[in-house]
Design a protein around this ligand. Structure first.
Ligand SMILES: *Cc1c(COP(=O)(O)O)cnc(C)c1O
Length: 360
């Protein structure tokens, strides 16, 4: 098999080293005669796996004891509900910044539970998709929190700063967690579905400042109550044990490969290569304002939409998978998370060049 690179937005490519290790110990984990998937989450072996995963994530992101790190069910969208259920009081309000399809969905979910305000909406300037300037956000005095999505996976928009507010800041980092260095202390809650930069789908990580716990509404499902899960070490019910284990392998892989700073440098390089090729080409273009272009998800259009299916057919045959853009945006999208090596981006650019010459 010649080399294949998977540009899927999620579930996404995982580090090959991690999958090889998981394969090698799949049937007989550490000589125990059974798979980690078959072991009790209450047993000493699994508890060690779980704790090591949490510790590795704490080390990578420099997470202090002020925060609980929770391994939960239900992916990113589960957290769309968990956040308001835990920290939007009955009769209270919260502010949501919308700059793409995921933050829009988070707002719609929160509105089921209370007053969630649209503090900023889709924004564009000079025909380019952008992010509403911070000074124009309509933040309310009484908001219990401010929610935003630092990287919009579908739209290819990413914040290059952390907003400063006097309210707890809640961030949906599903598609950018661990991709660049951030100061966790600036956030009230960080959450992420796992399937982009962490591991298998279904798992969600929630990093919750401890003073925000213990306020969940009466009707909050216990599995989504941060306080209950924190007290139970995320084992109030059976956690997604295999996903948690695999996430731990990814965290350890990140640590042995230079941690987040090394990933950030590589992610910057990959994105710069791809955007600069697109910008210098007359055949492809990207519609996002330069400052807010995502390092993780790169949408691009061909000169002529009629060539889209040929592009997809030939790129797949060349071992470049899942480049089809999201149906709401069209065109193509290359998702280049941590696990995508620089050579994958080089191979994509080379293919794009050849395709442009033949079809230009
Ligand atoms: C993928 C994604 C989600 C949804 O995750 P699910 O696990 O499918 O619920 C939410 N937010 C962002 C930013 C995403 O990229």
């Amino acid at each position: 098999m010649s080399k294949v690179f998977n540009f899927c937005a999620g579930p996404a490519m995982l580090p090959a080293d991690v999958m090889q290790q998981a394969q090698q110990e799949y049937v007989n984990w550490h000589g125990k005669g059974c798979s980690i998937m078959e072991m009790s989450h209450r047993g000493a072996d699994y508890i060690q796996v779980a704790q090591e995963a949490e510790q590795a994530l704490r080390d990578l992101m420099n997470i202090s004891d002020e925060y609980a790190v929770l391994f939960m069910h239900g992916g990113g969208r589960g957290q769309f509900a968990a956040v308001p259920l835990n920290i939007l009081p009955e009769g209270g309000q919260a502010d949501y910044v919308v700059n793409g399809s995921w933050s829009k969905s988070a707002l719609a979910e929160a509105q089921k539970y209370g007053q969630a305000n649209l503090a900023a909406d889709y924004y564009s300037e000079d025909g380019k998709r952008s992010i509403t300037p911070f000074e124009q956000w309509q933040l309310s005095k009484d908001a219990a929190y401010v929610h935003y999505c630092p990287n919009e996976t579908v739209d290819g928009l990413e914040f290059d700063y952390i907003p400063q507010t006097d309210k707890p800041l809640v961030a949906d980092m599903s598609s950018c967690i661990l991709s660049r260095e951030i100061d966790v202390n600036k956030f009230g809650i960080i959450y992420a579905g796992a399937q982009k930069n962490i591991g298998p789908s279904g798992l969600a990580i929630a990093i919750v400042r401890k003073d925000l716990m213990g306020k969940a509404r009466q009707a909050t499902p216990s599995i989504y109550d941060y306080q209950i899960q924190a007290k139970a070490d995320s084992m109030y019910n059976t956690p997604p044990t295999y996903a948690w284990y695999l996430a731990g392998l990814v965290f350890k892989w990140l640590k042995t490969n230079g941690g987040i700073s090394a990933m950030e440098a590589q992610n910057k390089l990959k994105a710069e290569k791809l955007y600069s090729y697109i910008d210098n080409s007359e055949f492809y273009h990207n519609q996002v304002e330069t400052r807010y272009r995502s390092r993780m998800n790169v949408p691009f259009m061909l000169k002529d939409d009629a060539l889209n299916s040929l592009f997809l057919q030939q790129s797949e045959a060349a071992g470049l998978l899942a480049l089809k853009g999201h149906r709401s945006v069209g065109g193509m999208r290359a998702s280049i998370y941590n696990a995508m090596p620089v050579e994958g981006v080089d191979a994509l650019i080379e293919f794009m060049q050849t395709f442009a010459v033949k079809n230009g």
